[in-house]
Write a protein that binds this ligand. Structure first.
Ligand code: NIG
Ligand code: FE
Length: 414
């Protein structure tokens, strides 16, 4: 494999030390950098970097050189929450929403997750793989270099497994690391509307054993929300998943303060995601803890619901990550550059905080931060090269416009 030397880097961003696996509170504003730099990638990893004033004397034999022409180099975005395996978009609901219907009203009218689940039943694994591949290729062009993908539009044994197999195929066919979360507890199928325990029993006794045997999931996810899964049901599901070694990453407090954060923390969730509705008890539950608060501002933007209180979380010394929530119903975009902008504009995060939230803390929310999420020797050479920009703040400031010129995965220009 040829090595790659990137020269003339305007600023090399995110030089965290290898033992720093997650940032919390005030640390989130720390984003070490080196101006006028070079970076060497060998065997798919970052092997060295330094100042242009001191290029290494000894360079590998088979070497490709690439000038960043004054552009910035950052670690790729680590998007820790997505639902990119879906059969069809839902623009019709978008129009209902414009006409004034809420997310809950659309779901009650047969739209929402159950609409996607009905379409999912009919889709073949090949169709789903092709459609998700197109989305993933777009995300890679927009700088994503690590991704979590959820099931959750199957809601039956065969279809949940079909979705997880598509995610496995994406893992096998793409250069970026991918983690899979099992989200059969996303909504109750209509047939189980009045018999929640019957569906929960299918998840626990039929789906979980098969998924665990085949190693199809890395995490267990539950949509803990009024009208979806209660705190008690979430607790029951997370206990069952723990027996198979599946840690939680859960949907909590999206539409209301649901108690989902507390039950997630109780089960040592890697992350609790959404938190658009958050009270003091929620913040206190995450204060000084290791469960990452993953905020999804493009969901707030698209649904017109409140934005999460990132400042209070940072103030409470919690680790905060940002992710896209790419899905057909509440965030039909996987563009992490826009998420970064919203993190600054709407969540009032400083550019440094928001970049850490989109990189190292996103990686931590997938338990990948030992191998990706910062410019650190020995980590994956998954990188973003920007145009020559005037400052770091220009990235989130120029919202809706891509400043990315080149992306690199495993030391290879894409
Ligand atoms: O994260 N809230 C639950 N799940 C998704 C939306 C799913 C859908 O509407 O299709 C979310 O926002
Ligand atoms: Fe989600």
């Amino acid at each position: 494999m040829a090595s790659l030397l990137i020269t003339h880097i305007g600023s090399l961003i995110g030089l965290h030390s290898e033992n720093l696996l997650m940032l919390r509170g005030a640390e989130m504003a720390m984003l070490p950098r080196l101006e006028n730099a070079w970076l060497l990638c060998e065997n798919g990893l970052i092997s060295d970097f330094g100042s242009m004033e001191a290029l290494p004397a000894q360079l590998p034999n088979e070497l490709e050189t690439f000038s960043a022409e004054g552009g910035y180099v950052l670690p790729s975005w680590c998007d820790s929450h997505s639902h990119i395996v879906f059969a069809a978009p839902r623009e019709e609901e978008f129009v209902m929403k414009i006409a004034g219907k809420s997310y809950e009203e659309i779901a009650a009218a047969g739209g929402g997750i159950l609409n996607s689940a009905a379409k999912m039943q009919l889709a073949t694994e090949d169709m789903l793989f092709q459609a998700a591949s197109l989305r993933l290729n777009d995300m890679i062009k927009q700088g994503t270099g690590a991704l979590e993908i959820k099931s959750g539009y199957g809601l039956s044994v065969d279809t949940e497994i079909k979705m997880l197999k598509v995610i496995r195929r994406l893992k096998e066919n793409f250069e970026l690391p991918i983690k899979a979360s099992f989200l059969a507890a996303h909504a109750f199928p209509l047939a189980y509307k009045n018999d929640h325990q019957a569906y929960i029993s299918i998840i626990i006794n039929q789906m979980l054993p098969q998924i665990a045997t085949e190693g199809l999931a890395d995490y267990m996810d539950v949509f803990c929300e009024q009208g979806f899964f209660s705190v008690e049901e979430t607790d029951q599901l997370l206990s069952a998943a723990a027996k198979y070694g599946l840690k939680p990453k859960i949907h909590a407090n999206q539409l209301s303060v649901s108690g989902g954060v507390q039950v997630g923390v109780k089960h040592q969730a890697v992350s609790v995601d959404h938190l658009e509705a958050t009270d003091e008890a929620t913040i206190a539950a995450l204060s000084n803890g290791n469960t990452i608060a993953t905020l999804l501002p493009s969901c707030s933007f698209y649904l017109g619901i409140p934005f999460a209180n990132a400042r209070a979380l940072i103030q409470a010394n919690a680790p905060v990550a940002l992710a896209s929530d790419y899905n057909p119903g509440s965030s039909p975009s996987g563009n992490m550059n826009f998420v970064l902008s919203l993190g600054c504009i709407k969540l009032k995060m400083l550019p440094e905080e928001a970049i850490n939230a989109c990189t190292l803390n996103g990686a931590a929310a997938m338990e990948l931060s030992a191998t990706t999420g910062s410019i650190t020797k020995g980590k994956k050479a998954n990188l973003i090269i920007t145009r020559a920009i005037s400052s770091l703040a220009f990235l989130p400031y120029s919202f809706g416009q891509s400043q990315i010129k080149t992306v690199i995965l495993n030391g290879k220009i894409q």
